[in-house]
Design a protein around this ligand. Structure first.
Ligand code: SF4
Ligand code: SF4
Length: 181
């Protein structure tokens, strides 16, 4: 009969030896392998108490940036949405009203800004396209959830905490960017 593969192995039909019949040598061999691993460096960590450092090029969850005064940088120009290959970004622009200068840096701002995290492939093109340093990908990721709607992140989830009102959360959201600045 023609063999289907060159890697086929003939089954050994020899009768078992006494050592094979009593299983003890095989058990000791297995235990020796197990004990040898006790002294080796562990490949696993106790997540979430311990966390692995991210790679410097890791691209995670998006953050909508503010300037040092706490004003939103985004001008709703739409360049990030155009650059996005997954069509994950949608927004609605609005005009800044008198008295809102402390909220938005430019005359136009994103009244609504949404990213569908189920579509996003974390390519970072939105960050590269942005002329206002208004969006960047951070070193965290979208937590798991039970329904699809929860993966559409709006401004409440995306805008960075206020640097003056909540400086600790602001610094945490900056992550590696805080060290670079
Ligand atoms: S990271 Fe890529 S896929 Fe995700 S929103 Fe930005 S451009 Fe779109
Ligand atoms: S995040 Fe940047 S590219 Fe996107 S709309 Fe705002 S300013 Fe424009």
């Amino acid at each position: 009969m023609q063999a289907l593969t060159t890697r086929a192995k003939q089954v050994d039909r020899k009768p078992m030896t006494l050592a094979e019949k009593i299983y003890l040598p095989a058990i000791f061999k297995g235990m020796a392998i197990t004990f040898s691993h006790i002294f080796k460096k562990k490949a696993t960590i106790s997540y979430p108490e311990q966390k692995r450092p991210f790679s410097p090029v890791f691209r995670g969850l998006h953050v909508l940036n503010r300037d040092a005064e706490g004003r939103e940088n985004c001008t709703a120009c739409g360049l990030c949405a155009v650059a996005c290959p997954a069509e994950a970004i949608t927004m609605e622009a609005a005009e800044r009203q008198p008295g809102e200068e402390h909220l938005y840096r430019e005359e136009k701002y994103a009244a609504k800004y949404e990213i569908n995290m189920l579509r996003c492939i974390f390519c970072g093109l939105c960050e590269e396209a942005c002329p206002k340093d208004a969006i960047y990908l951070s070193e965290t990721f979208a937590p798991s959830n039970y329904n699809r709607a929860s993966f559409i992140y709006g401004k409440e989830e995306l805008v960075i905490p206020h640097p003056k009102e909540n400086p600790d959360a602001y610094k945490k959201a900056l992550g590696n960017r805080a060290k670079k600045n």
